[in-house]
Design a protein around this ligand. Structure first.
Ligand SMILES: C[S@@+](CC[C@H](N)C(=O)[O-])C[C@H]1O[C@@H](n2cnc3c(N)ncnc32)[C@H](O)[C@@H]1O
Length: 181
């Protein structure tokens, strides 16, 4: 099935970490850039056009930690999406980092085809403010709410989800089985 909205939080692999105890792999398995680029995105986004940005209408929201920004644009290209804009999540709490103590993460917005833009009244503030939860990599609820407000009528899937959110399909190795009706 193809979706009008894809929210994706890839398990980005880091080539180094200050100590073994801080490795992302202690939390969940990660993927190389090439593995992420090779994901079967057309299974979720539908038909791919000949040129970047062409194909079935789809809006992609891609979570990207600051050190992975350059790689994220490679992913958009490999997936045939055109970069449009982005949000920044202010985690309201300092994290780790080799240059600045990371307090923000990017949520890039990219499209295929012509999915359209939200009505002016449904365009959220581009700064998402919500205190980071203790669980590693957990994304803020306000991001889901912003996307639902922007595109209330589009079918939605979250890739590399950990939970199921009503109104969304979910893919990920930690997603709980769907309860029988
Ligand atoms: C960055 S975390 C996602 C966090 C999630 N967005 C949240 O808010 O809790 C990446 C997730 O992808 C899962 N994952 C890693 N490799 C996977 C694979 N090959 N197939 C499916 N899921 C995978 C991890 O186990 C982890 O749950």
């Amino acid at each position: 099935m193809s979706y009008g909205v894809i929210l994706c939080d890839p398990p980005w692999r880091y080539s180094f970490s200050r100590s073994k105890s801080r490795k992302v792999e202690n939390q969940y398995p990660t993927m190389t850039l090439e593995e992420i680029k090779d994901l079967p995105i057309d299974d979720w986004a539908g038909k791919r056009g000949k040129r970047i940005g062409q194909g079935d209408p789809c809006v992609l929201f891609l979570w990207v930690p600051a050190p992975k920004l350059e790689q994220a644009f490679e992913v958009l290209k490999a997936w045939n999406f055109s970069y449009k804009s982005g949000f920044v999540w202010d985690k309201k709490r300092k994290g780790m980092g080799y240059y600045g103590r990371g307090r923000h993460e990017h949520l890039l917005i990219a499209t295929r085809g012509k999915p359209g833009v939200p009505k002016p009244k449904d365009r959220p503030d581009s700064i998402l403010e919500e205190r980071r939860a203790p669980k590693h990599s957990k994304k803020p609820v306000c991001a889901y709410e912003a996307i639902e407000r922007m595109y209330p009528d589009k079918t939605k899937i979250e890739l590399f989800a950990r939970n199921r959110r009503p109104g969304w399909d979910a893919f990920g190795d930690e997603v709980p089985e769907e309860k029988a009706a």
